[in-house]
Design a binder for this molecule. Sequence first.
Ligand SMILES: [Cu+2]
Length: 650
Amino acid sequence: MRPSNTRRVRQIALVVVAAVVLLGVNVPPAWSYISEWRHEQLINSPDYMKQFGHWDTINVPDANRVNAIHAALLSTGKVLLIAGSGNKEDMFATRALKSLLYDPATGESKMIPVPDDMFCGGQTTLPDGRLLVAGGTQRYEKLDGAVTNAAGTMTVKNENPNLPMTLPAGTVFVSPTGVRYRADAETVLPPAQKVGQGRRTQVTASEKPVFVEAVDPGPAAVNPNPAQYQVEGLPPDVARNVYGQGQQMTLRKQDYQGTNQAYTFDPVSESWSRVSDMAFHRWYATLTPMSDGNVLTTAGLDGTGEVLNGQTEIFNPATNAFTERKELTHYFPTYPAIFETDKPGRMVYTGANAGYGPAERGREPGFWDMDNGAFAPIPGMRDPDLLETAGSAFIGPVNDQRMAVVGGGGVGESPRSTGRIDYLDLKDPAPHFTPGPSLPEGVRYPNLVNLPDDTMLISGGSRDYRGKGGTNNHIAQLLHPDTGQLTAAADPAVGRDYHTEALLLPDGRVLTAGSDPLFDDEQNLVPGTFEQRIEIYSPPYLYRGGRPTITDAPPTLVRGQTATIPTPDPSHIRSARLIKASTATHVTTTDMRSVALDVSPRAGGVGVTVPDNPALTPPGPYMIFLVDDRGVPSVAKMTNVGPGRRALPD
Ligand SMILES: [Cu+2]
């Protein structure tokens, strides 16, 4: 696939070899030096870059390096990389919680502290351009052997129908034998529910789970049996109705726990604000933007480290509040890849996910109806047991309603992975997966990015769990939706496994960041170092000579209407794409989409018409690109598609 080396390079290499032999230099290192030099010559040659593109490592000051767990393109064209505690427990303990704002146009960067540990929260961009981050880390995991204090989940109950109850973090629960356990989070209990009157009165206690840990270390606090626990310090008349029910207190592994806090980042003031709490604690939640401007909030580990049992809530950006939707209770593993289809309220779950959950539950792809909660499986997926850490996305313009599911691995720490790409045509009367091409290697954690020429960059990933055994892929491919085939792209220099992300930039390049290997060596002996380098890919279209330009763009585009985009050479413009300012984390880029606009000639520019259907263009910030007859895109202008609160087509 690679172009052959030039004769000139070969001749120079021979001369150098002759010289090192004559000088008695150690030959193998000299060879490796020569082959590296030859490789550099090759990948920097104009012909090569024209065919395969080019990667550049970006230098940000040492003080501005972060463990990028989350990435978001903002309406200002800047990129926010969020670390939170960055999967470093000492950073969590000292509340050294970070994010980095990077401006790809100037190369400038600045650190912005984050108010809570957003590490492994859910994220998406809101219609008004704010970034929403919901959930994150309440507590780090404790592995088997590291647990010193017995702990478990307590169901806290309130049987009083007249009294709401808030038990602060640190509340102590006492076992029947006097052993004390401390709650690690606040518990808010509404009054019990009272139905009927007189003798027929029925009271149903309100209840919430909370994680408790023995105040004193040691096996004396282990209790394998269910028990009722009293709340320390409550007056006796209150204590009668408020108590804890524990199943087991053990010294077993304790999983990460989610927070219920949510924040928005304002791209203009470049600052964080807290919004209402979620109804549930969530770690590894998915946020999916919807055509009505609201945000579907699903999945995650709760405040006790358990996978949520399908509880769903909706964020309304107008009220900054979450509302539980009790009729929507499909069970998903963590970070499920859920997208809205072109039918408003009809979601598609591709089966791709990341992180936690049993192998036998919630793994089947399907359509999920927001009106009634019905879930209809989609058949035909190959390697259905290898969907954890798979990537999935719309391919080409979202108007075509075609998707791809790329790579993935076995559940948990399985060493298995696949290079499978399966396609899904949502316009088919009976949608089902069909086989596409295979990547040259098995890939967990692939980064997928829609480009303005309709190709999709697939980069990064590793063959084994978190890059074990030195298995980072170091390859990139371009997927062509028109032919369904792959072509090779230049190899990235930086390997990227777990906790990695990629975003399209307004200038048409792709930013990649993050990678969190378990080990730094092939023998799996040296603990891994978080990859802090940023690498940017310039696709082949940036090496074809001049680019079309957009001299101005309206700040807002209206669905169903035509706007003029001024450009000096409109006769060469063939297409226009709106690409949503999206977010990326844990192979979950549920807000990435490219929208094809109808293009028509106009004086001084081109007319572009936005599709009428809000499920193709959910409200929010977008990049608008004009693409010429050589497939070369302009630098994008940022614009906005207005809120979608209108009569929806069926
Ligand atoms: Cu994570």
